[in-house]
Ligand binder design. Structure first.
Ligand SMILES: CC(=O)N[C@H]1[C@@H](OP(=O)(O)O)O[C@H](CO)[C@@H](O)[C@@H]1O
Ligand SMILES: [Mg+2]
Length: 541
């Protein structure tokens, strides 16, 4: 039985703002933190229902708005294996969040129970965490109220990173089984990753200390905790670790700042030859960079990480004699730099899927080893159970031992900036690469990403993994016409899944051409979408 009265009474304490329509999108619910109280209460109830639906498996709830500005917040659900919420439930989440009153909410819950045939007698289990945003504590209180209203069992994982929460969900659900993914504690996480990393570095020259820009977010806590586990074998120096001054989170620092601006955060100075990396506000994205001998900045983004890591794993699989049985594949989106796709396609199967981690993750599961990173630095590597079995059952050789440790240094549940940084450092140490050698695997095509504000982004529909527009009719032909004018040029237009804008991406042989192509396509999109000529951004051509 649904505790209807309890849910409705408690829901009354978390009224839905009448003027907001919430949507569970690519990154869960995400908007101004102070408007999300009702959403969090309802997500508590929803997470419990999802758990009941899945026989009482533990569901994760993460309260974060990642790289967004500090006043934003958000919430997303994590399914039992540590993966994103199954997409068919995104619509249920949206429906529950938008019920106009508590009575309507209870009716919507009832409807969901009926439609998805949930057995209410099954106990519900939920684990939740939040990042460091100031709106976090209140939102977590609302979430708890929802969980208590429906009498779910819950565990508070406190203030931690998104990837730790995903790790916890997977370890809780596999505890004591043959698929056990590790100890279901933060300490278990730190130990598993750091032990594997230390084994990978054993016998190698000690890498130079790594500077980590923590975006003034929760990654700072985790990076600090890792220090104690690295046993003097590797030094990390953390910057942008201010968790108290209002407004500093993700402000002029962090992975998104570096990727979007293609420059160093102003708070960082690099010595010639030094490399460093930036995390985002919930530590699931990673951008690397280094200064060359002249002190000039070079970015090593998600595509560079894919290339480095995938190439190394292929080498290890070959050296282990398992290349007939274990196929390594790479998953990218349309935002992957064309040079990376060209480099990788000559060596490995490469698949392009729509933007959003869930698409990449699912496609990666189709390979024995699937390597995926979005260009913005969100990604991981997945090893199929069969590949893992093969790797662990063969007589150990040096390559196989390395592969086993690579598996353990990676957080396979989701992109994990710190685990990814250790993976990168391990590969660099094994290949005796500095930033320069890594960077020289291929040369990035200059590129530009532009946002276009339109009255209705839903008028933009795409096909072919978002690389071509089917609507508005005729627009793709015009984009093609512009692209043809630029040798080696490429451009595509798609509606954002997280912001009310249309995104235009362009790349070309030179910086000036990439900018010009992007601003011409942006101008075209603006005009075709009926943008007000008096408001037309002046950089649009
Ligand atoms: C160009 C770009 O970086 N897009 C990002 C952004 O999606 P949009 O749908 O483009 O708004 O946010 C997503 C969620 O964090 C992330 O997966 C994706 O890569
Ligand atoms: Mg993030």
């Amino acid at each position: 039985m649904l505790p209807v009265k309890e849910i409705q009474e408690r829901s009354d304490r978390h009224p839905k703002p009448s003027d907001i329509k919430f949507q569970y999108g690519t990154a869960g619910f995400r908007t101004l933190g102070k408007t999300l109280d009702s959403v969090l209460f309802r997500v508590g109830v929803l997470a419990a229902l999802r758990s009941k639906k899945l026989d009482g498996k533990t569901i994760g709830v993460m309260v974060t708005a990642s790289h967004n500005p500090e006043p934003d917040n958000g919430v997303k659900l994590v399914d039992p294996r540590g993966e994103m919420l199954e997409s068919s439930w995104e619509a249920h989440a949206t429906a529950l969040a938008n019920a106009p009153s508590s009575a309507a909410f209870v009716a919507a819950v009832d409807e969901l129970v009926r439609a998805t045939k949930i057995d209410l007698s099954i106990p519900a289990r939920v684990v939740y965490a939040r990042d460091t945003r100031p709106t976090g504590p209140k939102l977590v209180a609302a979430l708890k109220d929802g969980l208590e209203a429906i009498k779910a069992e819950y565990r508070d994982a406190g203030v931690t990173t998104t990837p730790v929460l995903h790790y916890l969900v997977r370890t809780i659900n596999t505890k004591g089984t043959k698929d056990s993914y590790g100890e279901d504690t933060e300490e278990g996480y730190l130990t598993k990753i750091s032990d594997a990393f230390k084994k990978l570095l054993a016998g190698k020259p000690t890498p130079p200390p790594l500077l980590i820009d923590c975006a003034n977010g929760v990654g700072a806590l985790m990076a600090e905790r890792f220090k104690a586990y690295l046993g003097g074998i590797f030094t990390i120096n953390v910057v942008n670790t201010d968790l108290h001054t209002p407004g500093v989170l993700n402000n002029s620092c962090g992975a998104d700042f570096v990727k979007v601006n293609q420059k160093l955060p102003p708070s960082i100075t690099l010595q010639p030859g030094q490399r460093a990396c930036s995390l985002d506000g919930d530590a699931d994205r990673l951008m690397y960079y280094y200064a060359d001998e002249h002190g000039e900045f070079h970015m090593l983004d998600g595509d560079k990480i894919t290339t480095l890591v995938a190439s190394y794993i292929v080498e290890l699989v070959k050296a282990s004699g398992l290349d007939e049985q274990i196929k390594v594949g790479v998953i990218q989106t349309a935002y992957a730099n064309g040079s990376s796709t060209k480099y990788l396609s000559g060596r490995l199967p490469v698949k392009c899927v729509p933007t959003g981690v869930k698409h990449l993750h699912h496609a990666a599961e189709q390979y024995d080893v699937g390597v995926y990173f979005e260009a913005n630095g969100h990604g991981t590597v997945l090893f199929s159970p069969a590949a893992q079995e093969l790797i662990s059952s063969h007589t150990p050789s040096s390559a196989l031992t390395n592969l086993r440790n690579i598996i353990d240094v990676i957080n396979q549940t989701v992109g994990d900036a710190l685990s990814d940084a250790f993976l990168v450092e391990a590969v660099l140490a094994h290949k005796s690469f500095s930033g320069v050698e890594w960077d020289s695997m291929y040369c990035d095509l200059p590129n530009r990403l532009v946002k276009v504000v339109v009255s209705d982004r839903n008028a933009f529909k795409t096909e072919d993994a978002e690389r071509r527009l089917v609507s508005p009719p005729g627009l793709q032909v015009k984009v093609d016409g512009l692209v043809r004018k630029y040798g080696g040029g490429r451009s595509f237009v798609r509606p954002s899944g997280t912001e009310d804008v249309v995104r235009v991406y362009a790349e070309a042989a030179t910086r000036a051409e990439a900018d010009e192509l992007a601003f011409r396509v942006a101008g075209l999109v603006y005009d075709e979408a009926g943008g007000d000529p008096s408001q037309r951004p002046k950089e649009f051509l």
